[in-house]
Design a protein around this ligand. Sequence first.
Ligand SMILES: Cc1ncc(COP(=O)(O)O)c(C=O)c1O
Length: 435
Amino acid sequence: MATNRYQESARLLDRAKQVLASGVSSEFRKYNHPHAIFYTHGKGSRIYDVDGNEYLDFTLSQGPLIVGHSHPAVLGAIQEYATQGQLFAGQHLKEIELAEKLHQLIPSAKLMRFCLDGSEAVQTAFRVARAKTGKPKFLRFEGHYHGWLDNVAWGISTPSVDALGSREHPNAYPWSDGLSAHSREEFIILPWNDIELVRQTVAENHAELAAIITEPVMCNSGCIAPQAGFLEGLRELCDTYGIALIFDEVITGFRLGLGGAQQYYGITPDLSIFAKAIASGYPISAIVGKREWMEEIETARVIHAGTMNAGNATVAAALATIGVLEQDPDAYNRMFRLGRKLMQGLQEAAEKTGQPLLVQGLGPMFNTSFTRLEQVRDYRDTLSNDKAKLNTFIAGLHDRGVRVIGRGLWYISAVHTDEEIEQAIAVATEVLSLM
Ligand SMILES: Cc1ncc(COP(=O)(O)O)c(C=O)c1O
């Protein structure tokens, strides 16, 4: 495929590199194909770049665009509310309405605070857990992404399985230079989905554990569902030892349903984090939780602040996004059905073309990887994936107008259609047959 398909993006990237570090505003945006791409606009399930290429978009901007690009109800609500001001350094009516809505929808959301993004809401949850329990550490899992700040920037990027060490006492590999040396002392890390190992570790270390944090579905590495009994086991351990169970629902929130993974799996965490799909791409996140935990913030024993929190446009975007999903009673059924149809189509295409493609996930989000394993159970399994092959697959899709997150993650929106799913399967079949 001709590389000049991206020539205007390449030209703009050269220009951007003069003033933006490596030409982008987030590390992940570098890893597009064949380099960072500049876009002009998005509409529904489609996004358009500066070279005039159109893409069927399964990245949904890394998850937030659950009702697609430029949904008129979302843009209309923002326009209307933003004419009354941007940010008041004070409260406004729609902020209560949004909190009341989350309270009604999310099982654990008895009390909440709004922040700007997932990373800072995760840190707020740690602070609450430490304050209430008086204990210093949290337990987290290999391959789970909880943002880019120091104490969670470990164990998500590893050169090889060997570098991880034993399952019982893993080495957490740093994702970045410049992390605070103390940040490694803040957590214990384990492979995910192994409740016996967690049980043993918590029994030995509970005196210093304030929290266990988990993505309820390990979306960021392989899109792995929890094994039967795993989340229940975490809940039980946290109850036994006075530890906060934190669900990081930054991806699963509003994606598995309006009540998130906690409703889907019927497990109520003490604290949880919602971001991404809550507001169609506007910067808002929420730390929500049971009253007895969130009281730490209510009483100001724990300080939470932020100049830009809950601005008019972001709150209006969140309310409108939830409104669109609520007014479409078939939205979640459709996202599950279309996602599963696409998963099945991709798996069949792989079988037809003899490619070792593994398609794993729940439907509204799923992952594609190249591996001979029948199932990927944890982060260690994902390290044996053939990344070069995945890159060829993703690049082939992109060159043919199907945009997927580079690490193989696909998101389905409420505006994708059956025809588009069939189109994606046809394109993927062609790409796989050429590989
Ligand atoms: C599960 C999870 N937690 C936290 C974050 C961090 O959120 P943000 O990028 O909004 O800071 C992400 C981002 O992808 C995520 O997937």
